[in-house]
Design a binder for this molecule. Structure first.
Ligand code: ADP
Ligand code: ZN
Ligand code: ZN
Length: 873
């Protein structure tokens, strides 16, 4: 019986409102066995060829309602997405109010974000012929032929018929045509480069239908291959052939013998053959010409950790605390049902050992595990702990890998050759088939929220994936986010309510370090104008004497190095964005962190002409200078955005410090995590409270987290540690509780504030940002949005005031100017939506935004939604 046609419903790679739905394409016969939900294909879309993802496959309607176009090309034999990831994409698009294509794109490596490229080839009817009349070689491609990688962008009738003869009397024309013929197809760009003067001729050839244009989806980079040598004949035949080499061809004979000797390892890398036998490539090639060997391209996997040895480790016998936690988790794991745990354990309580042993169990069940780590904590030591336990079964994904390395690590996961994926935020999408466990270390880190579209939070995505797979989620932290802690404590029945597990003591039994609060106001009163308190100063001096090490942390949030005139107060700002320019010492220029604008450092003030213009702010550079002045000869390793842009810079700097080539490690937040050095006995925080005054309701929480993290770094080993925290607000509860390592008290106090001021976890937020080139238009539209949303919410019976003790509430604040009120010449306003209860606030906020974007008067207005925002500045 003949099968009916099949249709693929696809999401096209055209990120726009109108195209945010599925489109139907016929599946050509030849592609049928290959197309499934998650496949990536090329489809004709308008006059273009675009990349698309297959969402589902359905039988075609018979008879067809309209002439449907066919899929043009299948881009991968193994679909890059699985059906569960396709479903997850849908969920993300709804949960975070973004286009489906954005949600799907974020799950695959950038290497696979194919873009259409234009190619020029000889029109079929002109192939291999200069002289035959065109009609003789007339050859219409059949529909089923769509499978071919190259497909002409057929617009209307081919114009070949207009040709009377071969039409190529011009030598330049012939030259171009034969150039293309030889290469089959040439990217348009390459052709223009090769024949820069001949644009008119190329155009004419295209117009006459001699040449044709096609579009192909090209990935940013392909698989890495290497030349390898294999036997072209059977082993016995090859052995017999050894006798037949002439005296002159003894080198070739050696190569053949070598291949035979290693036949179980074939194909062998060409390089290896050449170096082992000191033969040239030509010798191997000669063997190929004789038909004995064959040279081929084989795929290799780029392994960023190749050549590095990881010391194998064995599971440690667990402490009593660990044992209890471990058993709770594996009991859930064994049920193969979804579960979530919030593992609150002080720094050094041995959370990592719990991760390792639960992963072990997961692997034994033949399932896979994902370990999420904040980007900056993804240090070689961190990776080593996992590679040391699970060796080659671990894939690592982080942004410092090259595009190719990332792609290869990702393929190892998709192809099932590893069991554990460790990586930053986006590793939550690791395409494992049977996930058993998702671990999120340092779950409170804001970097788990992506700040660009799709603005997803990896924690929520992890919980969702666990739900799909019947997997267990472990959220680990010494300072859990208030959202997670509150959800665990109240055991509300929202989708995410983890069970709380606590580990209050350190695994090695050593105590947490002593924390001294230094009141900097007092220092000033005592006449100390330096950035170091007397105690910290003495502490550093002592460490230098005892040859121990110091870590100094500068809380950079709230600081910037900007250029200011001391005479008139002029501050150099970006002409396009409403922020001050940041000074970069290396390039000695000023740069805008939003739009990239840069200019040289002014020598005199542009406002008043004064020469007293210089850079300000307590940047790490200034601390470094001060250290050099106070402690001549001190060796400082500075780690900040400026010194860590190079690949592996982090690692090099840390190694320098670990090898004791420096006395002080100085840096921003980066130094607070992932460090574990035995000789660090002093930690100093230069300005603990610089973030406290920021207009962000999480300011206290972030300060507490940072101080606790830093304090946990000192004295992790034999030597006792000391911590000095310098602050201008020593009475602030976040400073006091952090100095006492008292998470519980901090949380109680902080929750009180949050409840009174109606902030998460007592409600949820949606930040709506509007931007437009004209300020009055922008303000009017933003006000319009706010009023419309409020009205609709009322219609639905949602209360508009957070103070009401009802469950379904939506309140909208603003519009107000955004903290950065202009970026790239566009003004910015924002509204904050606060909501709680079982209502579809996200859907409504999105719907009103869509309606506005469609109306003619709102042209050029950009509206972006940030659901559960982390950055409020
Ligand atoms: P956390 O991740 O909670 O900060 P770690 O896993 O880094 O803590 O553990 C701190 C230290 O304690 C490490 O040096 C680790 O090797 C050690 N450790 C953890 N568990 C045990 C155990 N059961 N027995 C002995 N040492 C342990
Ligand atoms: Zn001035
Ligand atoms: Zn700018």
């Amino acid at each position: 019986m003949e099968m009916g046609n099949l249709v693929a419903k696809v999401i096209v790679d055209v990120p726009a409102k109108d195209t945010d739905r599925t489109f139907d394409y016929l599946i050509p016969e030849s592609m049928r066995p290959w197309i499934e939900p998650g496949s990536r294909v090329a489809v004709p879309f308008g006059k273009r060829t675009v990349q698309a993802f297959v969402i589902s496959v359905v039988p075609a309607e018979e008879p067809p309602k309209y002439r449907m176009r066919a899929i043009q090309e299948l881009l991968d034999l193994v679909p890059p997405l699985s059906p569960d990831l396709v479903e997850l994409g849908k969920w993300i698009s709804e949960r975070y109010a973004c286009n489906q294509i954005m949600a799907l794109q974020v799950m695959i490596p950038t290497a696979l974000k194919g873009k259409a490229e234009r190619y020029i080839s000889i029109a079929q009817q002109h192939e291999f012929t200069d002289h035959l009349p065109a009609a003789d070689v007339l050859n219409y491609g059949s529909e089923a032929d769509t499978h071919r990688a190259m497909q002409p962008d057929m617009r209307g009738e081919p114009e070949w018929a207009l040709l009377t003869d071969d039409g190529m009397s011009d030598p330049a024309e012939r030259q171009i045509v034969s150039f293309i013929q030889e290469k089959e197809q040439v990217p348009l760009q390459q052709l223009s480069r090769r024949f820069p003067e001949e644009a008119e001729i190329i155009k004419s050839l295209l117009r006459r239908g001699v040449l044709q244009e096609s579009q192909v989806i090209k990935d940013k980079l392909g698989k890495k291959t290497m030349k390898a040598v294999d036997l072209a004949i059977g082993i016995e035949e090859a052995s017999a052939a050894l006798e037949q080499f002439s005296a002159k061809a003894q080198r070739q004979r050696e190569v053949l013998a070598f291949l035979l000797e290693r036949s179980e390892f074939l194909p062998l890398p060409l390089k290896e053959v050449m170096t082992s036998l000191s033969v040239s490539a030509a010798t191997v090639k000669a063997l190929e010409d004789k038909g004995y060997a064959v040279l081929e391209d084989v795929e290799v996997f780029r392994d960023p950790y190749r050549g590095r040895n990881f010391k194998p480790t064995k599971p440690l016998p667990l402490t009593e605390e660990q044992q209890y936690v471990y058993e709770r988790i594996i009991r859930q794991l064994d049920t193969r049902e979804q579960g979530a745990y919030l593992l609150h354990g002080v720094t050094g309580s041995g959370k990592t050992e719990i991760y390792l042993q639960t992963i072990q169990r997961c692997i034994e069940q033949n399932r896979q595990a994902i370990v999420l780590v904040p980007e900056i904590a993804l240090t070689p030591q961190m990776v080593e702990r996992f590679k040391g336990r699970f060796g080659d079964q671990v894939a690592v994904m982080h942004s410092r890998l090259s595009g190719g390395e990332r792609y290869d690590e990702w393929r190892k996961i998709r192809e099932g050759r590893v069991k554990v994926a460790i990586g930053a935020r986006s590793a939550v999408f690791a395409p494992f088939r049977e996930l058993g466990l998702i671990i999120m270390d340092e779950e409170h880190e804001t970097s788990y929220k992506q700040e660009e579209t799709p603005k997803y939070h990896a924690r929520d995505v992890a919980v969702r994936r666990a739900h799909q797979h019947g997997a267990v989620v472990i959220l680990g932290s010494a300072t859990p986010s208030l959202e997670s802690y509150y959800a665990a404590r109240s055991q509300s029945n929202d989708e995410f309510a983890p069970l709380l597990l606590e580990m209050p003591t350190r695994a090695l039994g050593n105590s947490l370090p002593e924390v001294h609060i230094m009141d900097m106001r007092e220092e000033l009163r005592a006449g100390n104008r330096s950035m170091f308190s007397r105690a910290l100063h003495n502490g550093i001096a002592e460490r230098l004497e005892r040859k121990e090490q110091t870590v100094l942390l500068l809380n950079r949030r709230g600081h910037s190095t900007f250029v200011m005139c001391r005479s008139c107060g002029y501050v150099a700002g970006c002409p396009h964005c409403d922020i001050s320019l940041t000074y970069h010492q290396r390039s000695n220029n000023l740069r805008c962190h939003y739009c990239g604008y840069s200019e040289p450092v002014p020598q005199v003030c542009p406002e008043c002409g004064s020469e007293h213009i210089r850079y300000f702010g307590t940047g790490t550079q200034r601390v470094e200078e001060e250290l050099a002045k106070l402690f001549p000869g001190i060796r400082v390793v500075r780690m900040d955005v400026d010194t860590t842009t190079e690949k592996n810079a982090h690692e090099k700097l840390l190694k320098q410090f670990r090898d004791k080539k420096a006395d002080v490690l100085l840096g921003t937040q980066m130094v607070a995590k992932g460090l574990d050095f035995p000789d660090v006995t002093l930690v100093g925080v230069i300005t603990a409270d610089s973030a406290l005054n920021l207009p962000d309701f999480r300011a206290a929480e972030k300060t507490f987290q940072l101080l606790t993290q830093v304090a946990g770094r000192a004295g992790r080993h034999q030597l006792p540690g000391e911590v000095f925290v310098q602050t201008y607000t020593p009475e602030h509860y976040s400073v006091i509780h952090a100095s006492r390592h008292d998470y519980g008290s901090f949380v109680r106090e902080e929750l009180k504030h949050r409840r009174n001021l109606h902030y998460p976890p007592y409600c949820r937020l949606i930040l709506v940002t509007f931007s437009h080139e004209q300020l009055p238009v922008l303000v009017r539209l933003a006000e319009n949005y706010s009023a419309t949303l409020q009205g609709r919410a009322r219609q639905r019976g949602w209360f508009g005031n957070m103070d009401r003790l009802t469950s379904d509430v939506l309140d909208i604040l603003g519009p107000v100017a955004s903290p950065i009120s202009r970026i790239k010449n566009r003004y910015r306003f924002q509204c904050m939506i606060k909501w709680r209860g079982n209502i579809d606030a996200i859907g409504l906020a999105q719907q009103v935004a869509d309606e506005m974007a469609e109306s003619a008067q709102a042209q050029k207005l950009l509206i972006s939604l940030d659901v559960d925002p982390q950055m409020l500045m």
